[in-house]
Ligand binder design. Structure first.
Ligand SMILES: [Fe+2]
Length: 406
């Protein structure tokens, strides 16, 4: 009997039927080298540089992005491996440089032996200012609401999406990063995904206290500047991404002040928009205003007349009246004049969960709603900036406008 079983096992191992199954899970299978989790982001110069990152289960020999204008992939950029101690595969990053502004490129990622992804496309920032739309939400996770919010953004086809912190909620379980990145891939392979870290990117290993910081975030995303904080221009708007988890760092504080001052010295910059995780003002239960952050940032945002500050962290939609010196400077619910005050928005309804508000709405709060939502902002060359907060079903929470000063 044993002999018979041995013979049967041997026959199965030797049989042509057994081979493909073993091969599929073997070290050189197509599944091991198939690219997944594509994400793109502008480089330091959004007109000329795009950063592309992806993952394979196992390492490949010649990772590359093949790209070109239209359907012809005549150009290539080699990728380098990006690693961290708890990675779940091989992460690849490539910088596509010398691109033509305002141009649609097609690209694919992969390896000549290991295989390539399907093609996808992206558009570089325009040379001359043009009307554009961008979207934002933070605190996303991998829930059904997160997926629906991502799909809604994809339908909007924004020039780029801002993610003001708290992305995967991996919390040290690194396979959750894979789930999150794969869920978002339909969006992130075509729409530059401009993320800054939140407190959930500052990870610890599960079940323990061992901190690993931003290791996963920094390794898995290719972003401009210092990656955890950076600046980029699109049209006549300047976007400043701030790492509020480490705002005590003097280097970043000096950078933030110089970046805001530089924006206001630059005649090309019409709109100045900050995005970051922690909000200064808010009215969710157990949170409220962040006194430390108000002390650090409000004088800067006042001095340099920041137009819009987009935050997350509180899992709601909440927006203050225009603020100066910690006070609301307009009583209008919808129409504002650029320069009268800074508009603070919490777009924390990305999908992971929702928070409750304290019952009494603070005097400085214009609109608040406990809803999964996205912020969609239209920035025209002429005329007012128009911001809309939209629920998952597409209905409007609110719409407000900022008339330009010049
Ligand atoms: Fe948070």
């Amino acid at each position: 009997m044993i002999k018979m079983l041995r013979a049967l096992a041997c026959a199965l191992l030797m049989s042509p039927v057994a081979l493909p199954a073993a091969h599929a899970d073997g070290p050189n299978s197509a599944a091991d080298t198939a690219p997944s989790q594509r994400r793109i982001a502008f480089g330091d110069d959004a007109k000329h540089t795009m950063l592309v990152a992806w993952q394979t289960r196992k390492a490949v020999d010649a990772p590359v992005v093949e790209y070109g204008v239209g359907a012809k992939l005549t150009l290539s950029a080699p990728a380098r491996r990006s690693s961290y101690a708890y990675e779940t595969g091989a992460i690849w990053e490539a910088a596509l440089t010398g691109l033509t502004p305002g141009t649609v490129y097609t690209y694919r990622v992969g390896d000549p032996v290991g295989g390539f992804s399907e093609p996808a496309s992206f558009r570089t920032a325009p040379d001359k200012p043009e009307d554009f739309t961008f979207t934002a939400f933070g605190d996303q996770g991998s829930t059904p609401a997160a997926e629906m919010n991502m799909t809604n953004v994809l339908i909007d086809r924004p020039a780029f999406h801002l993610l003001p912190g708290d992305l995967s909620y991996a919390n040290g379980v690194h396979s959750r990063w894979d789930d999150y990145l794969q869920l978002n891939e339909p969006l992130t392979r075509e729409v530059p995904f401009m993320a800054v870290p939140g407190n959930h990117e500052n990870e610890k290993l599960p079940g323990g206290k061992r901190p690993i910081g931003y290791a996963a975030f920094l390794a898995r995303y290719a972003l401009p500047g210092a990656e955890s904080y950076y600046v980029f221009d699109y049209g006549r708007a300047r976007f400043v991404g701030v790492d509020t988890v480490h705002l005590e760092q003097k280097e970043q504080q000096a950078w933030l002040e110089e970046t805001l001052a530089g924006a206001r010295r630059d005649p090309k910059v019409k709109w100045l928009i900050v995005f970051q995780h922690y909000p200064l003002y808010g009215s969710t239960r157990g949170r409220g205003d962040n006194g430390e952050l108000i002390k650090l940032q409000q004088p800067l945002f006042d001095r340099y007349k920041v137009d819009l500050v987009i935050c997350g962290h509180d899992h709601v939609y909440e927006r203050q009246y225009p603020m100066r010196g910690g006070k609301a400077v307009s009583a209008s619910l919808t129409d504002y004049r650029q320069g009268e005050g800074t508009l603070y928005v919490i777009a924390g309804g990305g999908g992971i969960s929702l928070y409750d508000f304290v019952p009494k709405k603070p005097a400085v709060c214009a609109v608040r709603e406990r809803a999964y939502s996205r912020l969609r902002v239209r920035v025209p060359v002429e005329g007012p900036l128009v911001a809309e907060a939209l629920r998952l079903d597409g209905s409007l929470i609110e719409k407000f406008e900022i008339r330009p000063a010049r």
